[in-house]
Design a protein around this ligand. Structure first.
Ligand code: PAF
Length: 288
């Protein structure tokens, strides 16, 4: 396994591999890897000749009040993790390499970035889309793998790749969960024991919605489902705020406010909940 620090070195290697008809799979990350990342790497490992992982905590996608400085980092641990998972190259640039002093180009994916996470984190997806497009141009992968846990991010990246004719296939893998149902996240490391137990209720609320929606002829309105989910989550003492519980079309992210006439659709139910300073997101896709 090789560690590459510059865009030009990663690009040269990729172009060389492409000339030899090697399939390149890519997993972009911000490091502090966990089982969720491992499942993405495993998917890439199965389908590719060469697997690239990038580790870069992207300052552009953090708001001024967010946890950029505190975001967990441990490169040695990540390196070991990648080696054991069969990764061939880690792209590990510093901030100057990605955003030199005169940097001035940004990617804005309109319409689907203003709602849900975008409402609370206004420039977040501009930062995500910009760094992902840069990483795809650097690594030049045949496919890139992302997690369903960041559902809106996956939609935004798919839309960007489609709109800008990027020659990379986007693969989205299911969310990996802890035993109690809590979605794996690097930020879970900040949860106290009590908060961790309560955080498992996010998935219980999502499963409740799924059970109800998949019940034949279930026609109660979405507001009723939202209020039941809110009750369940608020029953946990360490929950400080629910930012949103939302029902959307999984492809367009158009809001769904009634189950009437919804057939053959994938409904994305997503939520964001605060536990003091920590904010967790989760989602489930329901076929109806
Ligand atoms: O999902 C993440 O870890 C990040 O948003 C990504 C895609 C690596 C971009 O920084």
């Amino acid at each position: 396994m090789k560690i590459l620090h510059t865009a030009i070195s990663a690009q040269k290697i990729s172009l060389g591999l492409r000339k030899k008809n090697k399939i390149i799979g890519f997993v972009p990350t911000m490091g502090y890897l966990h089982e969720g990342h491992l499942s993405l790497i495993k998917t890439a490992r199965k389908k590719a000749d060469t697997v690239f992982v990038s580790i870069f905590v992207n300052p552009l996608q953090f708001g001024p009040q967010e946890d950029l400085a505190k975001y967990p980092r441990d490169f040695k641990r990540d390196e070991k993790f990648c080696r054991e998972a069969g990764v061939n190259f880690i792209f590990y640039p510093n901030v100057k390499e990605m955003y030199p002093e005169n940097y001035s180009t940004y990617v804005n994916v309109e319409n689907i970035t203003e709602k849900l996470e975008g409402e609370i984190r206004p420039d977040h997806f501009r930062g995500v889309a910009t760094v992902v497009l840069k990483l795809l141009n650097i690594v030049q992968p045949h496919f890139a793998v992302f997690g369903q846990k960041d559902a809106q991010q996956a939609c935004v990246i798919k839309k960007m790749v489609e709109d800008l004719n990027v020659n990379t296939k986007i693969i989205v893998c299911p969310t990996v969960r802890e035993k109690g149902g809590l979605a794996m996240s690097s930020r879970n490391t900040y949860l106290s024991l009590e908060q961790r137990k309560d955080a498992a209720y996010l998935f219980k609320a999502l499963e409740y919605a799924k059970r109800k929606i998949q019940t034949e002829n279930y026609n109660r309105d979405i507001d009723f489902l939202k209020s039941q989910m809110t009750k369940l989550i608020k029953s946990r003492s360490t929950v400080t705020k629910i930012d949103y519980i939302s029902f959307n079309d999984n492809r367009t992210l158009a809001e769904i406010d009634s189950l009437k006439n919804i057939e053959n659709k994938e409904i994305l139910v997503s939520l964001a909940v605060r536990f003091s300073n920590l904010r967790l997101i989760d989602n489930i896709i329901i076929k109806r």
